[in-house]
Design a binder for this molecule. Structure first.
Ligand code: NAI
Length: 420
């Protein structure tokens, strides 16, 4: 008879395989790119180290790169965002070395990043820049071999631009996040839908009729605010950028500082990429039962230190919900330890959204491999023609046709002589 442990592992592997294949079936843009990359063995002989949220959609990207000829090692870019079924399936069924495990502590998380770097990667694909940071600090001996990198998210790009400005960045990095086909859809519609998914899975609470505070009206915050409004919440936006504050106001949201917004908040979600967005002072002003969550990259947007300091006791009351009882008896809830709620408590972005982001990732890796030798260490925008290619493929998969400029129109839009 098969021992119980191996039965459980087999079930986990089966579940992971099904999730990966489900994602693959719905990632039609990446699939069409994969066919060509595999046929051409575009990544033959390359070593690619990846630190991305290890779940089904990421698995499809990693497998695409592997099937196109590369050796791939993968780990997660966040201790809570791994889908263990997918990680185990990648190791057991797909021969793709994966070190990710949900709930890793800090030491385990960095051990996994180090194991990815042990392969001596030619290219790295990062999300949040922890892997690239490690390369430039404790693993400098690996730097000479690395030809370039892709960075997936806003926070990572911010860190890398700061490194480049200070002359610290040692190889070219493609700012995948800043491609239109990434941030316009992933950050906005992806984070919008999946943050609601994470909130609902964690709490099973209603959104309609609630006072819902969104901190940050960037691409992610816009998506969250839009979806919360659509689900019937009364939405307030907190911002530090005056232009974005006006945009939020004209989009129909109340705008005010966090210190005021929290007084009536039932739910407050941060997505700023900044730290200490919800502070001890804010927590002191919260009404009983307020639920706090974060969709920004790092878990420093909501002050967990302040929650612990202000609480007379705290305990886990559901899988992804911690209850903090303040000294006067008011309760404040924190979801997913303040880590990305959409991945730590939900299933991450919808598959068809990640299809676009990861199509850009795959094409950027190919672009980098063609051009890395000619690029100075810096952060580079994704060329427009790659955005255009992915957009056209996406429209095809959606069965949407669009108009085409006639020859006369093409000449007209380039002509400065024709006016009134
Ligand atoms: P963004 O730069 O477009 O927007 C951030 C906004 O937050 C800006 O408008 C900024 O003015 C505002 N802000 C900054 N500090 C603030 C503060 N202290 N209080 C209030 N507002 C503040 O960035 P984007 O693309 O919206 O990303 C936000 C965060 O979400 C980043 O950490 C990014 O890496 C992460 N992200 C998370 C995803 C997820 O799956 N949960 C997906 C994509 C990005």
């Amino acid at each position: 008879m098969r021992p119980a442990g191996s039965m459980a592992k087999k079930e986990l592997v089966d579940k992971g395989v099904k999730r990966i294949e489900w994602a693959r079936t719905h990632m039609k843009v990446l699939e069409s790119i994969r066919e060509r990359l595999v046929r051409e063995q575009a990544f033959e002989g390359l070593k690619v180290g990846m630190a991305l949220h290890t779940e089904a959609k990421t698995a499809v990207l990693a497998l695409t790169i592997q099937e196109a000829g590369a050796e791939v090692r993968l780990t997660s870019c966040n201790p809570l965002s791994t889908d263990d079924s997918v990680a185990v399936a990648l190791n057991e069924e797909y021969g793709l070395t994966t070190y990710a495990k949900k709930g890793q502590n800090n030491a385990e998380y960095y051990k996994s990043l180090n194991k990815v770097l042990d392969m001596g990667p030619d290219y790295v694909i990062d999300d949040g820049a922890d892997l690239i940071f490690l390369l430039h600090t404790k693993r400098k001996e690996m730097l000479p071999k690395v030809k370039g990198a892709n960075e997936e998210t806003t926070t990572g790009v911010m860190r890398l631009r700061a490194m480049a400005q200070q002359g610290e960045l040692k190889f070219p990095v493609m700012s995948v996040n800043d491609a239109y086909m990434k941030y316009l859809f992933d950050n906005r519609y992806g984070t919008g839908q999946s943050t609601m998914d994470g909130f609902m899975a964690a709490t099973n609470l209603v959104i309609a009729g609630k006072n819902f505070v969104v901190a940050g009206y960037g691409w992610c915050g816009r998506g969250i605010a839009m979806r919360a409004k659509g689900m019937g919440a009364d939405v307030t936006v907190c911002e530090v950028d005056p232009v974005r504050a006006i945009e939020a106001k004209l989009d129909g949201f109340a705008v005010m500082p966090m210190s005021r917004a929290v007084r009536s908040a039932d739910i407050a979600i941060s997505a700023t990429g900044c730290k200490d967005v919800v502070t001890a002072e804010d927590i002191r002003a919260m009404k009983d039962g307020c639920v706090l969550a974060n969709s920004g990259h790092f878990d420093n947007e909501i002050s967990k230190a302040a929650l612990l300091k202000l609480a007379k006791k705290h305990s886990k009351v559901r899988d992804s919900v911690e209850e903090f009882v303040l000294r006067d008896g008011r309760r404040v809830y924190l979801l997913a330890e303040g880590r990305l709620v959409n991945l730590a408590a939900g299933q991450g972005h919808p598959v068809e959204i990640m299809d676009m982001s990861f199509a850009i990732q795959a094409l950027c890796l190919e672009y980098l491999d063609f051009s890395a030798q000619t690029l100075e260490p810096d952060v580079y925008d994704v060329p427009d023609y790659l955005d255009d290619r992915v957009a056209r493929l996406k429209l095809q998969t959606m069965g949407v046709k669009i108009d085409k400029l006639s020859k006369e129109q093409q000449a007209y839009v380039r002509n400065w002589r024709e006016g009134t």
